[in-house]
Design a protein around this ligand. Structure first.
Ligand code: FAD
Length: 291
């Protein structure tokens, strides 16, 4: 099933993101965690992909397994930075042959030890989207967007101008970078709609369940942390169980506010944590069940 058909339905959707193992030895445990999440019957699941492709051989295996064993629609991520055309074409062929219908087309972060000095056959995600369009397969294509502006962009206007080009090249939908203040998303949506970007936008929510994640999340995404969230970390950060409970409650609160404001598609960065995914879904059971 194509993700775009799920997003266009007149109902709420909750999807979960998982990531493939970095090492062969952890394949079975990661696979088991992703299966536990699949058993929650999310609207779809996405499987991330390592920039440069080095650690990503399992993206396809995990995506295929979830799709075939649990009938959960899957979105396989694909990055193009530091990749050659041949490598990317092979990945696209493999995805096609595995029956993957949905691809999240990403540039990926440029690697510091990039042997090509940051120059690859692809410079931006739009190059990959064009490649996918030329593949002859009718993929449903997702792209990333940044309510708080991509860290490399000099200003939001320019970032949104590039986003419009990316969508016009063939993105069927967008998923946002994580954010911790919903007003940032509402403001962003207003601006992109004004810029003529009309595709569905899936709101990405990251449940922060331990204090160490906070620093990583800020470094990764440059996200703004509202005072309300900082107080939670200050108060409960030293107590793993309390922090987990508070982090799940905060993420749940964000999702409820999004649904209440007619943002119907929410993607949870569930980080291979079935218990976190389960709790969020349980917290929303009546809300999701009624719609
Ligand atoms: P692009 O859309 O190419 O944008 C990158 C920057 O370049 C932006 O500042 C943009 O404004 C600018 N730009 C775009 N086109 C042009 C142009 N023609 N000229 C000049 N500037 C331009 N990373 C992974 O490695 N694996 C994953 O699985 C993964 N999944 C992700 C999922 C989501 C939902 C998000 C939000 C991010 C994900 N990332 C992942 C991280 C992502 O790869 C990085 O944020 C990366 O730095 C940018 O990728 P992009 O596809 O948004 O790039």
């Amino acid at each position: 099933m194509k993700i775009i058909d799920i997003l266009k339905r007149d109902s709420l959707s909750i999807s979960f993101e998982v990531f493939p193992p970095k090492y062969d030895t952890s394949f079975e445990s990661v696979k088991a965690a992703t299966e536990e999440i699949a058993k929650l019957s999310p609207s779809f699941m996405s499987v991330t992909y390592g920039a440069g492709g080095g650690t990503s051989k399992y993206t396809l295996d995990i995506a295929k397994n979830i799709m075939e064993r649990y009938s959960v629609p899957t979105l396989a991520h694909l990055t193009c930075v530091s990749s050659t055309k041949d490598t990317v074409k092979k990945q696209i062929d493999d995805m096609k042959n595995a029956g993957i219908k949905n691809i999240m087309a990403l540039r990926g972060d440029r690697l510091q030890d990039d042997r090509n000095g940051g120059i690859s056959d692809y410079r931006y995600a739009i190059d990959l989207i064009r490649e996918l369009k030329e593949s002859g397969e009718d993929f449903c294509i997702g792209g990333a967007c940044y309510p708080e502006v991509h860290p490399e962009s000099t200003c939001q206007k320019e970032d949104i101008r590039r986003l419009k080009e990316k969508v016009d090249a063939g993105c069927d939908f967008l998923t946002t970078q994580m954010f911790f203040d919903n007003n940032l998303l509402y403001n962003f949506l207003y601006k992109i709609r004004e810029a003529g970007i009309t595709v569905p936008v899936v709101a990405g929510i990251m449940p922060i369940t331990n204090a160490n994640q906070v620093e990583r999340a800020i470094k990764l995404s440059g996200s703004f942390m509202p005072q309300r969230f900082k107080s939670i970390v200050d108060k409960f950060g030293h107590d793993p169980k309390a922090m987990k409970q508070a982090g799940i409650a905060y993420a749940t609160d964000q999702v409820i506010d999004l649904f209440a404001n007619n943002i119907t598609n929410v993607h949870i960065y569930s980080m291979n944590k079935p218990d976190v995914a389960q709790k969020i879904k349980d917290n929303l059971s009546d809300i999701l069940g009624k719609l």
